[in-house]
Ligand binder design. Structure first.
Ligand code: ADP
Ligand code: MG
Length: 329
């Protein structure tokens, strides 16, 4: 299961179209002020757009972030709301005049954010995000590995499908609330599916915890990183498959080692207890069994061992072997 914004798409969406009802500067200025305390990628894009246009962003008070919906804040005495259109509608903002524009922008695959001040709509801001360059290849590798990708997002259905189509993802769950992401994971698990969730935002944290394996992208929010089992430090989606490959080979070797240990002990302990082997040979067998397991653990590549010994206290001067990425719990 993959989150869209920031996981499959670049962390930095950009403001593409602005449709003001009154004035463009008022719309963008109010939105940027309300968003200035938010760490959501959409919020940063809106603030950047205002700064790029040289607008003086007024300060905001009583900032409140409603995860998965938007933000509210007091800006120059006005109560400003910025967020998904449905969120503003729930707060009594009449968006009828903007409905055709919203529809048209969403059809073009945009993420549409509506802005209102004192329950009066100011207009809409349309944002577009670029697919991460590594995402196409990562998705192809996931399919080759027999995994079924599912895109899950709080964004609108058409923006989600726009991204999914470019990546060849068939299963799309859009308009999902943060708690809904964890519910989707739970339902898949009930059907006997094992789920890996890849995300980065605060809204992904419950799903990251619910999933069999939660993977947080490096640049993710602290809570996402805390909730995950695996953290992708190098901000590259393909690392998900590297982590999988390392885990599979570690697990395979662990099982082989357990098998080897049982084999050695199964044969040698009965021989020793019956007095058929002399104690010194028991010691030799012990050393031999430990060495076998050790050699198997380093993949029959003693070179790795010498390199490890050689590199102690020395800094690497070349690309190191891929190592398991750090995790919590
Ligand atoms: P995703 O699941 O793709 O990471 P989110 O759950 O974070 O998306 O957000 C879902 C939707 O809620 C966004 O597409 C946007 O319309 C709205 N939204 C969330 N946070 C904000 C914000 N800070 N500013 C504006 N809109 C927001
Ligand atoms: Mg996200």
């Amino acid at each position: 299961m993959l989150d869209k914004t920031g996981t499959l798409t670049e962390d930095r969406p950009a403001v593409r179209e602005i449709t003001p009802l009154v004035g463009e500067e008022d719309l963008l200025g109010a939105a940027a002020a309300a968003e200035s305390s938010s760490e959501h990628p959409l919020a940063r894009a809106i603030v950047d757009a205002a700064t790029d246009r040289g607008l003086a962003v007024p300060s905001a008070e009583d900032f409140e972030s409603i995860i998965g919906f938007g933000v509210s804040a007091r800006v120059q005495g006005r109560q400003v709301l910025v967020g998904r259109p449905g969120f503003l509608a729930e707060h009594g903002v009449h968006l009828a005049r903007l409905a055709p524009v919203i529809d048209q922008l969403e059809a073009a695959g945009r993420t549409v954010v509506a802005v209102a001040a004192d329950s009066e709509p100011l207009g809409v801001i349309a944002l577009g995000d670029e697919i991460r360059t590594d995402a196409v290849e990562a998705l192809a590798q996931m399919r080759d590995a027999g995994l079924t990708p599912v895109l899950v997002t709080g964004d609108n259905d058409r923006a989600a499908r726009h991204v999914a189509a470019q990546l060849g993802i068939d299963d799309v769950r859009a308009g999902v609330l943060p708690e809904g992401k964890a519910d989707i994971v739970r339902n898949l698990q009930k059907g006997g599916t094992r789920v890996v969730m890849v995300g980065h935002g605060i809204n992904d944290a419950p799903a990251l915890m619910q999933a069999d394996i939660g993977i947080a992208m490096g640049g993710g929010t602290d809570i996402a990183v805390e909730s995950a089992d695996v953290i992708i430090v190098r901000d590259d989606l393909r690392s998900v498959l590297t982590a999988r490959a390392i885990s599979r080979s570690s697990y395979r070797r662990t099982r082989q080692n357990v098998g080897l240990a049982f084999l050695f002990n199964g044969i040698a302990i009965p021989l020793a207890t019956t007095g058929l082997v002399y104690p010194v040979w028991a010691m030799v067998a012990m050393a031999l069994s430990v060495t076998t397991i050790f050699v198997n653990s380093i993949g029959g590549r003693p070179r790795l061992l010498f390199e490890a010994i050689g590199s102690v206290g020395r800094t690497h001067d070349r690309e190191p072997e891929p190592k398991p990425v750090g995790g919590t719990g």
